[in-house]
Design a protein around this ligand. Structure first.
Ligand SMILES: Cc1cc2nc3c(=O)[nH]c(=O)nc-3n(C[C@H](O)[C@H](O)[C@H](O)COP(=O)(O)OP(=O)(O)OC[C@H]3O[C@@H](n4cnc5c(N)ncnc54)[C@H](O)[C@@H]3O)c2cc1C
Length: 378
């Protein structure tokens, strides 16, 4: 339904092949073991998929938004833990691109272009999830360093990333004007990785606690100005939410593909179950919701491609619709496979567990609905 250019079609075919042939077998293994896979990182690196949004001057591909989101969707069709690596990398790159000074870009993005390391994005804290403003982690400027104390939780890529774009309070009394963004390097003294989470889904994506104990972050690593973190967050989060919407879309499409094919193979009452209207209507509803999500996602992506940045409510709508669709579609896919759908020998139960995360990450769907309602009532 979306009109792709020849180049976008070509990229989609390449990524689809990579996902199907090389990532699909790994997806099963990493879900089972819950281990982070450097094999996946190497595959994504080999195809430059961790540099999709990196500007060309630093050795990246600097693709348009439509292409970037399409790649996430394609990989999520077979392995959402792998596409999460691309989405997280994109979130950090966006944050740096919208806020870093030229010197910081030369330093960090230049290194990224050469080394291709992973990046991680840290906002959530044990007592500050949806209510970002109640964050407790503090940074105080002392000489040439910000001394950071506190912790972050549920951080994707914790322990495997080289740099962490991190948001903390530099002035507790100033509300959201007291939040500042920093680049924290993995070997920062006083910075360490805490608990590694054991998750329901997205099990091949490492999620950890980050601990700051008098961590010494050089003042040159402050992003933008002190107290300007909230604006950076708002500017980057609209793009990154669309990435989660694509994760959800890919998971839903993967589940529908599998379920539709299964209905043609599975025979009951002497006929393939695809001939039963009860099953056909389920498949049709799955398809309707997937195409509606796809339309909203790529319409929003095309706004970004046309330089329109005022997309916050559209990104929220796309994220809500796509993730609720992913949850419904994957649950129905399990139903269509019957008892087999409930078994780990088939991928749809994994997709159902992975889909749940998309309703929570990058702001829960309740928070997205608040944003949508606020924008329509103002
Ligand atoms: C797999 C995974 C990966 C993640 N990766 C990252 C990451 O890389 N970086 C990062 O910073 N964070 C990450 N997170 C954290 C995620 O963004 C938060 O979990 C999310 O924002 C919700 O915060 P919370 O868990 O504290 O829930 P809470 O904010 O405690 O919410 C609990 C419930 O209350 C609801 N609620 C809260 N406020 C309202 C309100 N005003 N009105 C109505 N309902 C409300 C919520 O919707 C939710 O249902 C990740 C989470 C998961 C599950």
């Amino acid at each position: 339904m979306i009109q792709l250019t020849e180049e976008q079609e070509m990229i989609r075919e390449t990524v689809r092949k990579l996902a199907k042939e090389e990532l699909a077998p790994i997806a099963i293994r990493i879900d089972e073991t819950g281990e982070f896979s450097w094999e996946v990182v190497d595959l994504l690196k080999k195809h430059d998929l961790l540099k999709l949004k990196l500007p060309r001057k630093y050795g990246g591909l600097e693709v348009d938004y439509t292409t970037y989101y399409m790649v996430i969707e394609e990989i999520a069709r077979v392995c959402a833990s792998s596409s999460m690596l691309i989405a997280t990398q994109g979130s950090c790159l966006t944050t740096i691109i919208v806020s870093a000074s030229d010197q910081q870009k030369d330093r960090f993005l230049g290194r990224l272009g050469k080394e291709g390391f992973l990046m991680s994005w840290a906002l959530t804290e044990p007592n500050a999830g949806s209510d970002v403003n109640s964050m407790q982690t503090r940074a105080v400027l002392k000489g040439d360093y910000y001394i950071v104390n506190g912790s972050k939780c549920f951080i994707t890529g914790g322990g495997v990333a080289d740099i962490y774009t991190t948001f903390v309070k530099t002035d507790a009394k100033k509300g959201d004007r007291g939040i500042s963004g920093f680049i924290v390097e993995k070997d920062t003294p006083g910075f360490s990785i805490g608990k590694i989470e054991n998750k329901m889904g997205m099990r091949g994506s490492q999620t950890t606690e980050l601990v700051f104990e008098d961590a010494r972050v050089p003042k040159e690593n402050l992003l933008g100005r002190q107290g300007g973190g909230w604006q950076i967050l708002m500017e980057s989060i609209k793009e990154t939410r669309l990435g989660i919407a694509c994760q959800a879309l890919g998971i839903a499409q993967g589940a529908l593909d599998y379920a539709a094919n299964y209905t043609k193979q599975r025979v009951q009452f002497g006929r393939p179950i695809s001939e039963f209207q009860g099953i056909q209507f389920m498949l049709a509803d799955m398809k309707i919701h997937i195409e509606a999500s796809r339309a909203l996602i790529y319409q929003t992506a095309s706004m970004l491609d046309r330089g329109k940045r005022d997309i916050l409510p559209f990104a929220a709508m796309a994220k809500c619709l796509a993730s609720d669709t992913a949850m419904k579609v994957t649950t129905d896919a399990v139903q269509i496979l019957g008892g087999y759908g409930y078994m780990k020998d088939y991928p749809v139960e994994r997709m159902m567990r992975d889909a749940k995360s998309t309703q929570i990450t990058e702001g829960t769907n309740q928070i997205q609905r608040m944003i949508i309602a606020r924008s329509l009532l103002k």
